[in-house]
Design a protein around this ligand. Sequence first.
Ligand SMILES: Nc1ncnc2c1ncn2[C@@H]1O[C@H](COP(=O)(O)OP(=O)(O)OP(=O)(O)O)[C@@H](O)[C@H]1O
Length: 268
Amino acid sequence: MKNTGEVVLCIKSLSKKFGNKTVLNGIDLEVYKGQIIGYIGPNGAGKSTTVKIMLGLLDGYSGSVELFGKDISSDNYTYKRKIGYVPETAELYENLTAAEYLVFVGELYGMDSSIAEEKARKLMKEFGIEEVFHSRISSFSKGMKQKVLIISSLLHDPDLLFFDEPLSGLDANSVVIIKELMTQLAERGKTIFYSSHIMDVVEKISNRIILLVNGTIMADGSFEELKEKSEEGTLEEIFNQLTGFHQHKSIAQDVVSIISEGKEYESV
Ligand SMILES: Nc1ncnc2c1ncn2[C@@H]1O[C@H](COP(=O)(O)OP(=O)(O)OP(=O)(O)O)[C@@H](O)[C@H]1O
């Protein structure tokens, strides 16, 4: 996909092994300011591994990763202040209150604590959870924890956002807010790397979709471009076609018959 905008992220020949297993196999990628990248692929394809490398959480890779024009291996982590991250599974400090946690995260990003607290309170209000600002996170529902996580990724106004299944546990109203939020942030020049298995959301909000299979980029383009090439209707169908998966009916049938096997034994 061609774009003449400012390059925010540049990956060259990125490979990563865990033991003998090659998880990323020579990835080349340029991402431009204001893009919403739908980063998709089967379980175990290497999506989280790529994101963790870009965040400086994983090393021992080959190739190069540049964020905001600087190689992350030679930068002294100042680039991290421009990044927001919602991990797929997060360890929140649940003994802290939301206020304590968000101020702590804000300070990690170099924010003044009173500014972080004020912004955090306002954002909690927007997400409808202001009344639990001073409650311990351990008492929150899954969706409330997810909202705190999303707020913690946005508090410092990052330029690049990594969202790994950010809608997990959110109710339908909140999902609409986050989708709209992503669109508006991208319009303001923020770049969003959005990793998800919910294909209809990826299809609607991404202006570029990257499909990773076995550590290799198998498709890269707008939804319309992928649709044209694969001659399929929805992103879910394109995904199944490009990953060569057509056995959903027979697998479901096998599962149903395995489940009913126990019943035959019982009735004997
Ligand atoms: N720390 C690790 N040690 C060994 N193997 C790992 C480690 N982290 C990931 N892997 C392996 O690397 C492969 C890619 O994992 P990764 O988490 O990047 O996949 P993913 O595309 O994010 O998958 P999912 O959609 O299931 O979240 C998997 O086979 C996984 O088992």
